[in-house]
Design a protein around this ligand. Structure first.
Ligand code: MRU
Length: 358
């Protein structure tokens, strides 16, 4: 399956060339494939904030390259470059609050900086560290795809239809995806007939990004309104809901795109299994439960306007963009270190003691 997955890898959203970071502008997809070039940390922080790049692993990878760019620019400028790089890291850390991969990647870069040997080039060392974060995420995607497919096979062999939410594919990661990687693997293995994709209001990551990725690969995809999910679970033979994560806490609670929690409640009601797929860089063992996760709230205008045109009434709008699914609604969490069925604190801490499987 690994070779077939690699052969199917068509889309990428992050590229590092000639000392610059290139990001596919995800705000414009699928209408236009426009690449933007970044040469400093402030630009990368703004790209994360404004959602040029989005998806938890992709945000972490972009931030890591942002630190490499920071070192290059601050060394060129002279003076106390260490202090200036620290300030840039703080700027990157402030770009979005929920996906822990951002802070995980910045910590890795900070630790690499602290381990510099005398005479070693900081820029080369940080570029290599960012590239390693990028490549490891791609490898983790492959491992998770295999483990997720094994999990589907273990429970019921061939499935008729899956439901997913938001975008967890090549656009959101360093490889071809977390939840969408499992879905791609299941398709390659002939295990699914159709994928239902929630449109994922208000940013429409489902209709603009996931549906586009799946259709590009010839995987049968049907788009639905978020509010149709329970009806689809009841009437369309859905056997698994498969989603990604932005932060998983020590007890197995999962923060993911707003709407994930209601999917898990509905899945439990309909006897549909619920799978979360995320690399271990998404697991935050410093937080005991999901109640501690900072939930990003974005502008109400994202709900009241479409394409910049106001259609909503003149009212206040509440726009939390993530929610927390409690661990007891989750059948399995799939990571590159292994899987955790019916997650709890003891099982999560055992998982984190394991080595990566690749
Ligand atoms: O606001 P976004 O688009 O960054 O949110 C992304 C999600 O919620 C994804 O489901 C999650 O990051 C998993 S991506 C592999």
């Amino acid at each position: 399956m690994r070779d077939r997955l690699l052969a199917a890898e068509k889309v990428k959203a992050i590229d590092w060339r000639d000392g610059a970071l290139f990001l596919l502008d995800q705000r414009l997809l699928p209408a236009s494939e426009t690449w933007l070039r970044y040469t400093d940390a402030a630009g990368v922080a703004e790209a994360i904030r404004s959602m040029v790049v989005r998806g938890a692993p992709a945000i972490g990878i972009a931030a890591a390259y942002g630190v490499a760019l920071s070192a290059a620019r601050r060394l060129e400028a002279g003076g106390d470059w260490h202090a200036a790089v620290s300030a840039d890291m703080a700027l990157l850390a402030a770009s979005r609050p929920t996906a822990v991969n951002l802070f995980w990647a910045l910590n890795r870069m900070r630790e690499r900086l602290a381990r510099l040997r005398s005479g070693e080039s900081p820029v080369a060392a940080l570029e290599a560290e960012a590239a390693d974060i990028h490549e490891s995420d791609r490898e983790a995607n492959l491992t998770m795809a295999q483990l997720g497919v094994d999990m589907i096979r273990k429970h019921q062999g061939n499935v008729q239809a899956l439901l997913t939410h938001c975008n967890t594919g090549a656009l959101a990661t360093g490889g071809f995806g977390t939840a969408l990687g499992v879905i791609r693997g299941a398709w390659i293995e002939g295990m699914i007939e159709r994928v239902y994709v929630d449109e994922t209001r208000p940013w429409l990551q489902g209709s603009r990004l996931t549906a586009w990725e799946l259709a590009n690969e010839g995987i049968p995809v049907t788009l639905n309104a978020d509010s149709a999910a329970a009806h689809i679970m009841k009437t369309k033979g859905i056997t698994w809901v498969i989603v990604g994560a932005d932060r998983i806490t020590a007890n197995g609670d999962v923060a993911n795109k707003i709407g994930t929690y209601q999917l898990a409640v509905n899945a439990m009601h309909h006897g549909v299994r619920f799978m979360v797929v995320a690399p271990s860089s998404t697991i935050d063992m410093s937080l005991a439960t999901g109640d501690d996760i900072p939930i990003e709230e974005r502008a109400g205008s994202e709900l009241l306007e479409v394409g910049g045109v106001r259609f909503g009434a003149d009212v206040e709008a509440f726009n939390p963009v993530f929610d927390v699914t409690p661990a007891d609604l989750i059948d399995v969490i799939v990571t590159e270190k292994g899987v955790v069925e019916r997650p709890d604190t003891a099982k999560m801490s055992q998982l984190m003691c394991r080595k990566r499987l690749h």
